[in-house]
Design a protein around this ligand. Structure first.
Ligand code: C5P
Length: 414
């Protein structure tokens, strides 16, 4: 017998319109055989691919298809529908459905249900490879991730349209595993609106790289994407905190509801950070350049006969150490990052001491880990009390877990 890994779980499966909808029928079966109850809603387009009757037979429950159908449910049906669920699963999620979710549209049963919920949502995209790779879709995915939406897949491979590449819906068992993960991490669940564990708190986060000018067109920079820092700011805001994000140049959208101060150099980041104090929590997630060019040229440096110019470097302020050493307005919790390529924990412990902070998030950036610019992160939390290794998670999940940990520490329970 299949292990009852989802015993008692209440799931709401929203089937979007795509060829992969047939796999969602198998998904219903797989979820039920692990002990969960599965309510199903189907979009109009989904019904062109599979019938509500099949979904009804497999789920053992009436399937909803229409926002307004009086026979199906009255009044606030779609709201009760999502309120009764532990997790919403959208499979397959088409490019169109992702776009409508990202923009908060609510013009049918699927989108209205998705907008009317404060539950976690897990999305299994399925579409043509070029639709998946299109900047518009990637923008929508990034903003949904920023809202805390979880993703599984898409997979790489041959598609129903005969093309190859990413866009195939994740296999039902991979979706089941993602559902299990989402339900097994209660500390990662966002709080209901207005009742966040950081309500009434102020959080300042630095994120992204710094650019240190050599001349008006050239700079010294680094590979930080800002994804982790931005996700932390978004998670702090979602947890109810007034949040200020001091960000170096990134390609990311501003997290909703967060005050974003955009800077380029380490010195500007330092000034903006100090100006943002006081705060309850300071998270230094930025990859601040250790050095700047001592005297950057006001004019573009020309290629001359004298060979390559020598750059003289000067040390930048250490923002984390400075904030941790402040008197009067030192944040209660000062959190730093340690990106190391070797001796991760020893270096993180040394950094905790040297910088005077309360917690270090240590992550390996050794070649091949894909942390820089990647979607996932595997971190170890280092405090004076010890270390705690977290599993590999998306950067959004790391952000939420870190924010929940900060909330517990502020409340004095950890
Ligand atoms: O010393 P190292 O750069 O490895 O320390 C990393 C931590 O210190 C990160 O949290 C980073 O944001 C912070 N930092 C800083 N100002 C600097 C250098 C690093 O805030 N100039």
């Amino acid at each position: 017998m299949t292990a009852q890994t989802l015993a008692g779980a209440r799931l709401l499966l929203i089937i979007g319109g795509g060829v992969a909808a047939y796999k969602s029928l198998d998904l219903i079966r797989r979820l039920r055989e692990r002990g969960s109850a599965v309510n199903v809603a189907m979009s109009a387009a989904a019904q062109r691919f599979v019938t509500p009757l099949s979904a009804e037979a497999l789920s053992g429950r009436p399937v909803r298809t229409d926002l307004f159908a009086p026979t199906e449910h009255s009044g606030m049906g779609h709201i009760e529908y999502s309120r009764d669920a532990d997790l919403l699963v959208v499979a397959p999620a088409t490019a169109d459905l992702l776009a409508r979710m990202a923009h908060g549209l609510a013009d049918d049963l699927a989108t209205t249900t998705l907008l009317a919920t404060d539950k976690r949502t897990l999305v299994a995209p399925a579409m043509n490879v070029r639709m998946w790779l299109h900047p518009a879709t990637q923008r929508n995915v990034a903003s949904l991730r920023g809202d805390g939406v979880l993703f599984v897949g898409p997979d790489d491979g041959e598609m129903a349209c005969g093309e190859f590449g990413p866009g195939r819906m994740a296999e039902p068992l991979a979706i089941v595993a993602a559902v299990e993960r989402a339900l097994q991490s209660p500390t990662l669940l966002p709080p209901p609106p207005g009742a966040g564990p950081l309500a009434g708190r102020r959080v300042v986060v630095t994120s992204g790289p710094t650019y240190e000018p050599i001349d008006p067109v050239r700079f010294l920079g680094n590979r930080s994407s800002g994804k982790q820092g931005h996700a932390i700011a978004a998670a702090a805001r979602a947890a109810g905190a007034e949040t200020i994000l001091v960000s170096g140049p990134t390609a990311l959208a501003d997290p909703p509801g967060v005050k974003v101060v955009k800077i380029e150099t380490a010195r500007a980041m330092r000034d903006a950070t100090i100006a943002a104090l006081p705060a309850d929590v300071f998270v230094a997630a930025a990859a601040v350049a250790d050095w700047r060019v001592a005297d950057a040229s006001a004019e573009k440096i020309k290629k001359g006969s004298g060979g390559a110019p020598a750059l003289e470097l000067a040390e930048n302020p250490d923002i984390l150490a400075e904030v941790a050493a402040r008197r009067g307005d030192r944040p209660t919790l000062v959190i730093g990052f340690a990106a190391e390529t070797q001796a991760l924990i020893d270096n993180a412990r040394a950094k905790l001491e040297r910088k005077g902070c309360d917690l270090i998030v240590a992550n390996s950036v050794a070649a091949g880990e894909g942390t820089f610019g990647g979607a996932d992160n595997q971190v170890t939390i280092v405090t004076a009390d010890g270390i705690e290794e977290w599993p590999r998670m998306s950067k959004e999940e790391v952000a939420r877990a870190l924010v929940m940990l900060a909330a517990r520490k502020l409340a004095g329970s950890t």
